[in-house]
Design a protein around this ligand. Sequence first.
Ligand code: NDP
Length: 448
Amino acid sequence: MEEKIKGFLDLVKERNGHESEFIQAVEEVAETVIPYIVKHDIYHGKNILLRMVEPERAISFRVNWVDDHGEIQVNRGYRIQMNSAIGPYKGGLRFHPTVNMSILKFLAFEQVFKNSLTTLPMGGGKGGSDFDPKGKSDNEIMRFCHAFMSELFRHIGPNTDIPAGDIGVGGREIGFLFGMYKKLKNEFTGVLTGKGMTWGGSLIRPEATGYGNVYFAEKMLQTKGDSFKGKTVVISGSGNVAQYAAEKTIQLGGKVVTLSDSSGYILDHEGIDTDKLAFVMELKNIKRGRISEYTKVYPNAKFVANKTPWEVKCEVALPCATQNELNEHDAEMLLKNGCICVSEGANMPSTKDAITKFHEAQILFAPGKASNAGGVATSGLEMTQNSLRYNWSREEVDEKLKDIMSNIHDACIEYGKDEKTGYIDYVKGANIAGFVKVADAMLAQGVV
Ligand code: NDP
């Protein structure tokens, strides 16, 4: 088995040698899915995983735009259309200076499994740009988004590829992107998700990734007869996912003591309550400030510069910032401090070695492709409402989100529970459950 996995990974490395994040994501899947393929004859001789690691299409394009000083700026835009076996491509757009093919291919690959897990008919894709939104004026953001869409519109559509937000792309950016798409195509369709409520958006979509992550973590805790009530919770990030993970944690009786951004983290031993969280939301979403400013208003809290919050004692950790933000050393600290549950809000925030530590310690650990799938699932619900030209109530969408997270949890148990020890390997469970549906569709559709 070891040799089979190594042979496959060697081939992937040979073809994608410089793409370290993509290879990391493929390794995690290959190690759990290849043993499953070996045990199931229908997948033999079909090169199914090799087909899944090759994007159906990878588009790279130039984005020219003019800044507030009249200077012409040039950025790179991308869209990876990874797999459309079970539905149109679906996945977010990321605007961040680190964006490159490797990061987008890893995100698109993960998205294929995640979208399959939601049980909704969505293929996987991802896109974005190396554009840095930090410090840009609203007008610059608008001009960039319009320029970006003036090429992307050719490649997407409500039945082809439906982008959404990700790091650096929130409601403001989706608005500008949608406006340009509508102008160029002269049609009002559900081509993007995360839209505003007056023009085709869904209630609960902004909350969905963070809420869904906490619903999933609560399900994991329930397998131990436990819950969020009274738990100290450490959260990284202070963007969309982190904010709503914090909100739901507070609602379920947990005590959130940290939030962070790329400059460091804030520690508030008294707990970040609803009022303090409202301050953070205004600071980050409207004033576009830094998390360190929290301590000016709440002086009992402290700001720890250039560090991640994993050194803080907690029972539950929710990494909600970015990939590879939690390494082996961080995992050791969390375990030493008594952490019993790690549920990923971000995509691939834990390194491979960190995950190994969590598995060795047999704590509850959920990979993002399962625990953060609530965001794309609710995007799927937004697409359904757009097709029906109808809006569901907040309660209806929230109920559907809870059901989907619960079903994903069940699927992880079905494929990830060790019958002898009873330990649930959520990584294995999510990978195999996600794989089966996509692989079966690919087999049915032949070699295309
Ligand atoms: P936002 O842009 O709203 O927030 C990102 C947060 O992460 C910010 O606090 C940002 O800090 C921090 N961050 C970004 N890069 C780094 C870094 N290199 N080091 C430390 N902190 C960093 O993005 P989202 O909340 O939407 O996304 C967060 C994560 O969740 C990503 O991994 C994304 O792929 C994933 N995700 C998002 C979904 C969604 O619906 N939005 C769905 C599923 C997954 P700073 O401001 O300093 O950059």
